[in-house]
Design a protein around this ligand. Structure first.
Ligand SMILES: [Zn+2]
Length: 258
């Protein structure tokens, strides 16, 4: 990981703090040190970004970059668990920073309380090791995917509505690997959003937790992340299925230039 010049080595206190995951052979002290030197950008501090940021912070990811232009509203609190009632009306990134620092003072937080133009988006993505997309609109999702394709960074993307969710990892490290744009190019209907359709808070939490798990797997390169697979979850039936994603050779984002 190259984001931070000074390599951080876990202190005795940190070895104790993270001991339950350091026991895992997939992580160990070496993996913990790598987490402490990693940087993850999270777009959207809502129903997905809240649990994702909480678990990434408590796991000891060294730096979290939070991007969200919104302020905390009363209707957010049912699922956006990084925000306390006392943060109503405050910028979400400030509210999230307070909670995350209270949970784990180790974590370094940088934040942007506005939607980013493409050049700044690229810069934020370039400085991170993994990109987590927890935004709730198509336009932001496409812009984040395009930046990840341009810069060549792994994207952990999820969406949730009602009691259904989907999550995948997009990494263009193989020539046949799809991007988020490949998935939606041929789908006529854009994804639905929570404001119009409702969402169960715990289901958003489930998807955000999967994003945090996939991010740690990608950072430490273990297991089988959801590369090229879309995990579909229906919480009403608790049916989980993963479907293979195909690269679209004509994808305007990741396909060859005309
Ligand atoms: Zn594509």
């Amino acid at each position: 990981m190259t984001s931070q010049p000074a390599q951080h080595v876990a202190s005795d206190e940190q070895l104790l703090r993270y001991s339950r995951q350091i026991f895992l052979p997939e992580i160990d002290v070496e993996g913990q040190n790598r987490l402490l030197n990693s940087s993850v950008v999270i777009f959207g501090m809502g129903g997905l970004g809240s649990p994702a940021s909480i678990y990434l912070a408590t796991s000891g990811v060294g730096e979290l970059v939070l991007v969200d232009p919104d302020k905390v509203e009363l209707s957010n609190l049912q699922r956006q668990i990084v925000h306390m009632n006392s943060a109503l009306g405050q910028p979400k990134v400030d509210s999230a920073e307070r909670t995350l620092k209270a949970l784990n003072p180790d974590v370094c937080i940088r934040s942007r309380d506005q939607a980013l133009p493409d050049d700044e988006l690229d810069e934020v993505v370039r400085q991170s090791d993994v990109v987590v997309d927890g935004t709730d609109n198509f336009e932001a999702r496409f812009a984040i995917n395009a930046a990840c394709v341009r810069i060549g960074k792994p994207l952990v993307s999820a969406a949730v509505v009602r009691m259904e969710g989907q999550v995948s990892v997009y990494r263009l490290d193989r020539s046949d690997a799809p991007c988020y744009g490949c998935l939606y190019r041929n789908i006529a209907e854009p994804p639905q959003n929570c404001a119009e359709n409702g969402v169960l808070g715990s289901v958003a939490g489930l998807l955000g937790c999967i994003q945090a798990t996939e991010t740690i797997k990608v950072l430490l390169n273990f297991g089988e992340p959801l590369d090229g697979r879309l995990l579909l979850i229906d919480a009403r039936t608790m049916e989980w299925q993963s479907v293979r994603l195909q690269k679209d050779p004509k994808c305007p984002v990741c396909g060859p230039p005309d």
